[in-house]
Design a protein around this ligand. Structure first.
Ligand SMILES: [Zn+2]
Length: 176
């Protein structure tokens, strides 16, 4: 079972210079998060921390698959994900609110938790539109039964403008 604690970086114990961390993320990672957008996945996370005096660079790279839903037919499939993100941690006497790229910690801080950062990097690696053809192993065709059902309900509502997404036109060709 995964837990938040596994993602604590006790940076005070780190010497100056580069340090490598590897995390193998599976379903239990996502179960830690309440109302997680993702429930299933296998993602390798590599984190390089470059520790300097009162400053740290954190470079994350992620690569793997997450189970997601097709926007067209709603079937679930394995989507390949890949992403990279960096954050900077500054130790300061007067910590202020993070401005996105820089996180400020007080002089007494000894550790930093990277769970939420990893979670966000995985979430933002999922594109706005995704369909069965993006399947990790090999592109799949959309669920034909669902397509039939969708095309039926479009006929019944023929007074409604058809969707303008070009993928719908492609799908129409498959059905025809
Ligand atoms: Zn589909």
């Amino acid at each position: 079972m995964d837990s938040l604690k596994n993602y604590d970086i006790d940076f005070v114990k780190l010497k100056l210079g580069e340090h490598n961390f590897d995390y193998k993320i599976d379903d239990s990672f996502f179960s830690v998060k309440e109302n997680s957008l993702i429930e299933h996945g296998n993602v390798d996370v590599h984190l390089i921390i470059d520790k300097k005096d009162r400053l740290m660079n954190l470079d994350f790279t992620i690569e793997g698959i997450v189970k997601t839903e097709c926007d067209v037919c709603l079937d679930s499939f394995d989507l390949p994900v890949k992403n990279a993100e960096s954050i900077i941690i500054k130790i300061t006497e007067t910590p202020k609110e993070s401005d996105g790229e820089i996180i400020y910690l007080g002089p007494n801080a000894i550790s930093f938790n990277v769970y939420d950062h990893i979670y966000e990097i995985i979430c933002t690696s999922i594109p706005m539109t995704k369909a069965c053809e993006d399947n990790a192993e090999k592109p799949k065709k959309c669920n034909p039964q669902m397509l039939k059902f969708l095309s039926k309900s479009t006929d019944e509502n023929s007074n409604i403008d058809p969707p303008t997404d070009p993928r719908w036109d492609k799908l129409k060709n498959i059905i025809d």
